[in-house]
Design a protein around this ligand. Sequence first.
Ligand SMILES: Cc1ncc(COP(=O)(O)O)c(C=O)c1O
Length: 437
Amino acid sequence: MKFICRKPGDKSVEIIRRDAAVISPSLTREYSFVFKKGRDCYIWDVDGRRYLDFAAGVAVANIGHANPEVKEAIIRQLSLGTHCGFSDFYAELPVEFAEYLVSFLPGQLDTVFLSNSGTESVEAAYKLARWHTNKKWVVAFENAFHGRTMGSLSMTKSKPVQRNRFAPFLPVKHVPYPYPYRMNMADGECADYCLERLEDVLRDLRNRCAAVFLEPIQGEGGYIVPPKEFLAGVRELCDEYGVLLCDDEVQAGCYRTGRFLAIDNFGVEPDVVSLSKAIGGGIPLGATVARREIMDWVPGSHANTFGGNLLACAAGLATLRFMEKERLGEKAVKVGAFIKKKLQRMMEDYEIIGDVRGLGLMIGVEIVKDKQTKEYGTKERSSILCNAFEKGLVLLPAGKSVIRICPPLTLEKQDAERGLEILEDSITETENKYRRR
Ligand SMILES: Cc1ncc(COP(=O)(O)O)c(C=O)c1O
């Protein structure tokens, strides 16, 4: 059996062997971590090794692992029943969750469709845009990740392997997303260039385009933060051409960037918002939110079996309450600024750190072979992730050569410091191993 990084402990080896025999090989594992339990910002493998978690189960555990308040809410609901068939019957809990959720969102977003995952919350936004406008085309961005079911996959364009052999896709035009570091442009120039390309496409599709789908910060694509003027420009173009602005907050939402919605940082109000990942506190939950006059589809036009699931809504309600009570947005800003400052100092010292960017606790570190050529340091990135893992820090990749830092928002400064020490040691080892002389 082949192991990524070092060979794990015996119990992990055994489970990985069974996994290989029975689980779909389409999943991507960066290294051989076999989860046993989690508590706040720490996770343990089945061999008893403890790790500091800078991945948060892929941006899900914003409130920390095994959050006691969410656990209490789930246990309470378990004894009352987990499922009510919300698409056919009524229940108070999903209504209460939806009422509370909209209080976190800009004023006009007041109507909620409930589902179970990120791709479903995007799929609902996509179908709603087509329903409401009765138009077929949508625009999405190069490098975007919106999920893997056919509607959201048609808009996803971050890695070729995600799309290979799955054509034909739904009618989507892709336009460039501003990536100032890679496009070698200043922010304003980069925003203008991408807005011009977007306008070209909207002009071509005049009266045929339903929506523009956008991640306010690209996640899987490489934690790419667009210039502020770009998002304002997209809003203006959507208004000018009469298309909806659909905001995919599946990864960046739920206070990860400091504000409940990442798009709030840019002063832009979307027409439709998709949320998932962190919103269920670890239980599968998705929500698509729009203004009442946009969510005008008729009974039967869109529904599902598990949307409004009582366990998920109980967990979601407790999660939102915890986020608000603990002011996780403010924490993300504070600890995120501390991490970013340290990383920016490290960038001066290490040739293989090409860029550090992000908002709140959504931080990307772009690894390159050297700063001059900016050649992708993909091998170097993997080596850093492995080194860090071996030293007890779990990180994830994003894009071609980016390390993503997305810990629970409950992360304390001393744990952040510890994680950064491990990361710096891992970068030092990698730089010594690979550095061109
Ligand atoms: C921005 C964004 N949208 C949608 C999705 C899809 O979510 P899921 O994997 O829950 O279907 C993801 C997942 O990473 C995401 O990051």
